[in-house]
Design a protein around this ligand. Structure first.
Ligand code: COA
Length: 243
């Protein structure tokens, strides 16, 4: 199998198959703990729009994993939200405003820190990592980190944080093996539903974990190397680099 990792590009030939893999991955993961009404909002169009926006966002790095030249999963890194970097009494907060599911909303997002962790402009947040269910548990999630974290170090970043749904024990185990240690909790405001004439707010518990990039690199070195026939990694400027 040929495996390659490339930057996300704003073209349908990459975004459409990736949206399908993202949707399959999200559905498999969330169907157990989200209601059928909420899951119905996660349409193919939802994932296409989300990836399109990511491709337009110049502030984040999205590395797309391909098997035999077909996009099958991705990881996205962005700058850590500024309010995370200045907690007061172990709490940081920000007001999110916008339109969601046809409603105008304002949501005060609070982050409660269990311990002190130094977050700054050398910290990145892993916003998403998703792989098509058919290729999960073969070391490819680890490979996405292995091939992107050294590049982040070269660019001067020093630490990473990751947010994951408290129900996602698989992700928790995966991140722990990469050196991430939980340090804070928050809640995400996911959707607004109308059910039986009532407005229902879909809110999920989220845990946040941290690692230094050096610690992640050490953990990644310890993980077994994936055997593959060919691997190409593209850097942020889209110039290829072959390993
Ligand atoms: C999480 C994810 C990216 C991991 O990638 P992966 O290729 O499946 O993981 P790897 O094969 O590299 O696994 C590395 C380790 O993580 C652990 N792990 C990964 N997924 C796990 C799961 N669902 N349950 C339990 N452990 C898991 C394994 O223990 C594995 O260690 P091992 O090789 O010693 O057995 C992938 O499974 C996925 O896309 N899951 C669904 C989406 C998701 O949960 N994303 C995270 C949202 S925050």
């Amino acid at each position: 199998m040929k495996i390659s990792i490339r930057n996300l590009e704003k073209r349908l030939s990459m975004i459409l198959p990736l949206a399908e893999a993202y949707q399959r991955s999200y559905n498999k993961l969330s169907a157990d703990y989200k209601s059928a009404e909420e899951m119905a909002l996660y349409t193919r169009g939802y994932f296409i729009k989300k990836l399109w926006k990511m491709a337009e966002d110049k502030q984040s790095l999205v590395a797309v994993l391909h098997t035999n030249d077909t996009p099958r999963g991705f990881i996205r890194y962005s700058a850590v939200p500024e309010y995370y970097t200045r907690p007061v009494d172990n709490e940081a907060a920000d007001v999110e405003k916008g339109y969601l599911d046809g409603f105008e909303f304002a949501w005060c997002r609070k982050v409660n820190f269990d311990r002190d962790v130094a977050l700054n402009d050398k910290t990145l947040i892993v916003n998403q990592i998703y792989l098509d269910p058919q290729i999960q548990h073969h070391g490819l999630g680890t490979l996405l980190f292995q091939q992107t974290v050294p590049e982040l170090k070269k660019q001067g970043f020093e630490s990473l944080i990751i947010e994951y749904n408290a129900n996602n024990t698989g992700a928790k185990d995966f991140y722990r093996k990469l050196g991430f240690v939980p340090f804070a909790k928050t809640k995400d405001f996911d959707h607004i539903l109308r059910q039986n004439g009532q407005t229902v707010f879909c809110i999920s518990d989220v845990h946040i974990a941290h690692t230094t990039i050096d610690n992640a690199l050490e953990c990644l070195h310890r993980r077994r190397q994936l055997k593959q026939t060919f691997l190409t990694v593209f850097d942020q400027r889209k110039h290829g680099k072959t390993y």
